[in-house]
Design a protein around this ligand. Structure first.
Ligand code: KIV
Length: 272
């Protein structure tokens, strides 16, 4: 295993596989709009996920279920316009692929054609095997998503850690093997015990990207608005906050409002 870090002009699905082979950890963050994606891309983050977490973060819904395929395409096309280096992966939203493989393929094609995204992500294991197969057969790269799968929140009932019990852990490993065998280029593992996640990453040849899955996996993904501290009411153990933007932005907005009311803004240099 080489430790030399290769420079990637444009990160592709193959680059991620290569990074795993070379023991280089993969960085991934979410983005849903042009301005944020531009900053994330320029910072050298390997992959950008246009997650259906846009449903919570951008639209204020309680779950990821309400976001539509049209809305995902709108977010994804804004992100794609901003990206020069990062791989852009787009979530297939709830309801756009669960019913049948033909519908799943139609949804994936719309994402690729209308947004220009580079790959799609789907939640689930062997139960969505026919849909994954059909999408892969059309030449569309697929990232899997196992563990806590928020589109199934009403089945789980809670957002707590998944696969703590042996039966669920066993199913998760089997599902990861199924996704690898089908040809998924990577798998997200969300909120599972670190020991189990490492076991999966050790047994599977494609990169395992963790969120709340510990340090033994091949890369990490976080929701950008969470790691920037914009969503201050959300603080799971796995989240590292790099900024406290809620407070900083709130202070800026308060100051602006004061300046307007006190007639301090605009001053003579801030007008024509
Ligand atoms: O939608 C999303 O942001 C995700 C990540 C939490 C992995 O799926």
């Amino acid at each position: 295993m080489s430790t030399a870090k290769k420079e990637y002009k444009r990160v592709t699905t193959n680059s991620l596989i290569e990074m795993k082979k070379n023991g280089e950890k993969i960085s991934m963050l979410t983005a849903y709009d042009y301005t944020m994606a531009k900053i994330v891309d320029a910072a050298g983050v390997d992959a950008i996920l246009v997650g259906d977490s846009a449903s919570n973060v951008m639209a204020g819904h309680e779950t990821t279920l309400p976001i539509t395929l049209d809305e995902m395409i709108y977010h994804a096309s804004s992100v794609v316009r901003a990206c020069h280096r990062s791989l852009v992966v787009v979530d297939l939203p709830f309801g756009s692929y669960q019913s049948d493989p033909k519908k799943a393929l139609r949804s994936a094609i719309r994402i690729m054609k209308e947004s220009g995204g580079h790959a799609i992500k789907m939640e689930g294991g062997k139960e969505i095997k026919p849909s994954i197969k059909r999408i892969l057969n059309a030449g569309i790269p697929v990232m899997g998503h196992l563990g806590l799968t928020p589109q199934s929140i009403y089945k789980f009932g809670t957002y707590t850690v998944r696969a703590k019990e042996e039966a669920e852990a066993k199913k998760l490993i089997e599902d990861a093997k199924t996704l690898e065998k089908l040809g998924c280029f990577s798998i997200v593992l969300e909120k599972v015990p670190a020991e189990l996640a490492k076991k999966v990453a050790d047994q599977i040849s494609v990169p395992i990207i963790g969120i709340g899955a510990g340090a033994g996996v091949d890369g990490q993904v976080l929701v950008t608005h969470d790691m920037l501290g914009m969503t201050h009411e959300f603080h799971p153990r796995f989240l590292r906050r790099y900024l406290n933007l809620f407070e900083d932005m709130s202070n800026a907005f308060q100051q602006y409002s004061k300046d307007v009311k006190s007639k301090d803004f605009p001053n003579e240099h801030e007008q024509y």
